[in-house]
Design a protein around this ligand. Structure first.
Ligand SMILES: *[C@@H]1O[C@H](CO)[C@@H](O)[C@H](O)[C@H]1NC(C)=O
Ligand SMILES: *[C@@H]1O[C@H](CO)[C@@H](O)[C@H](O)[C@H]1NC(C)=O
Ligand SMILES: *[C@@H]1O[C@H](CO)[C@@H](O)[C@H](O)[C@H]1NC(C)=O
Ligand SMILES: *[C@@H]1O[C@H](CO)[C@@H](O)[C@H](O)[C@H]1NC(C)=O
Ligand SMILES: *[C@@H]1O[C@H](CO)[C@@H](O)[C@H](O)[C@H]1NC(C)=O
Ligand SMILES: *[C@@H]1O[C@H](CO)[C@@H](O)[C@H](O)[C@H]1NC(C)=O
Ligand SMILES: *[C@@H]1O[C@H](CO)[C@@H](O)[C@H](O)[C@H]1NC(C)=O
Ligand SMILES: CC(=O)N[C@H]1CO[C@H](CO)[C@@H](O)[C@@H]1O
Length: 330
């Protein structure tokens, strides 16, 4: 009986202490978060986050907010916050390492200044800033500041801006670069040399990029997935270029504007990476697609809307047998 009572008292004390220890919200961080909320409006019917930011509760417990052990806000996820307004207050949250702001209606004036201040802290490890992607009423002021290249910790970047610097491809830690469905236009300048990037996934699809492919793209040796589909490139890419990307398994050039020259020498053929997914719809492919013979791992193949004439060679069905195929040939 006595020991049970003791245990109960102990439990109560422990749980009170736990509350004391866990109330870690720092006053200045809380003020910055509230400032951010005040700088805009949100739809309380739809928002799953901001209306629950209750000042009586530890701000580290607020939805979308995460802190480290000392109460510094290190992560902010405002997806589905239905927030409309400025995000300049973010720049005072100096220890943010993860920022997720997709599908809001954001403005920041000037946007590059905000980024510069975030960059100065160099805590950023991951940034998903798909500003205004859902409601593309206005453009976010571009271009990215050149100090972007100082973000040595950044591993994931998904941005909505209208101009970018090629230096994004040389961020020392960047693993994933997703700039799809943006409004990028113009050429990717070929100013990078000796690129030594750990990038594994590059998605530049659904933009309005023009011109030839920059040479440095073929120096990104760790790339596993490359999508350039739905763009306005204008050049012919020789298939043998891809022998340099030995880790590539997923290639999508459909509707990129690029013509693919599949005439490849026997020696290069042997060095093409083994792809799992290859989409070359509308790539102006001519008759000879015999390079596919050496692709033993294909699961997805799209060669629609090309100029492949004559009969479909029988060995194609051999590839199909080995895979759960979504093949589309015309
Ligand atoms: C929280 O982050 C700040 C800034 O990086 C750092 O000084 C502090 O030591 C961190 N606290 C913990 C418990 O990691
Ligand atoms: C961010 O929040 C959204 C919606 O609230 C959630 O679905 C998503 O998983 C969150 N992202 C991360 C990385 O926690
Ligand atoms: C987006 O925000 C701007 C001002 O910041 C406002 O004029 C516009 O109506 C907002 N759009 C939507 C769809 O909420
Ligand atoms: C990058 O950081 C270094 C050292 O902190 C600084 O000297 C340099 O000016 C920065 N570069 C840019 C483009 O901001
Ligand atoms: C695509 O690029 C060409 C120039 O190569 C240009 O004339 C054309 O307007 C562009 N198309 C679009 C939709 O921007
Ligand atoms: C393919 O390339 C070889 C050598 O590079 C060349 O001799 C041949 O004419 C080319 N074939 C076609 C159809 O372009
Ligand atoms: C098709 O290409 C392969 C290698 O790329 C080559 O060996 C073969 O001769 C070509 N066939 C024709 C008809 O051009
Ligand atoms: C294109 C698009 O996704 N538009 C959305 C913009 O936001 C309103 C709500 O504010 C949605 O109803 C629209 O579907």
């Amino acid at each position: 009986m006595r020991s049970q009572l003791l245990l109960l008292i102990l439990l109560v004390v422990v749980s009170i202490m736990k509350d004391v220890v866990e109330a870690k919200c720092l006053e200045d961080q809380k003020m910055q978060l509230l400032q951010l909320r005040n700088d805009g409006t949100y739809d309380p019917e739809l928002s799953t986050k901001l209306q629950y930011w209750d000042e009586r509760i530890d701000c580290c417990e607020w939805r979308g907010v995460s802190c480290n052990g000392s109460g510094q806000v290190i992560g902010l996820n405002l997806t589905d916050a239905w927030f409309s307004g400025s995000i300049n207050a973010l720049s005072d949250l100096k220890f943010l390492s993860v920022i997720i702001l997709d599908f809001n209606n954001l403005s920041a004036a000037p946007f590059s200044r905000l980024l510069r201040r975030l960059i100065q802290s160099n805590c950023l490890e991951s940034m998903l800033l798909q500003l205004n992607r859902r409601n593309t009423s206005e453009d976010i002021p571009g271009p990215l500041p050149s100090s972007m290249s100082n973000l040595t910790q950044l591993v994931y970047l998904d941005l909505f801006v209208n101009r970018f610097t090629a230096s994004l491809f040389s961020l020392p830690s960047l693993d994933i670069l997703d700039l799809s469905r943006n409004k990028f236009s113009g050429q990717i300048t070929d100013q990078l040399q000796n690129v030594n990037s750990p990038l594994t996934k590059i998605d530049l699809s659904a933009n309005n990029l023009e011109g030839p492919l920059p040479e440095f793209l073929f120096e990104l040796k760790h790339v596993i997935k490359l999508s350039l589909s739905s763009n306005n490139f204008s050049a012919t890419v020789k298939l043998d270029k891809f022998t340099k990307l030995q880790n590539l398994i997923d290639l999508d050039l459909s509707g990129s504007g690029l013509s693919v020259d599949a005439n490849i020498s026997q020696s290069d053929l042997a060095f093409l990476p083994q792809l799992h997914s290859l989409k070359l719809a509308s790539c102006n492919l001519q008759n000879n697609i015999s390079f596919l013979k050496n692709q033993y791992s294909l699961e997805v193949l799209d060669l629609s809307d090309n100029h492949i004439k004559g009969e479909i060679p029988n060995w194609i069905w051999g590839i199909a047998e080995n895979s759960q195929c979504s093949e589309s040939i015309s």
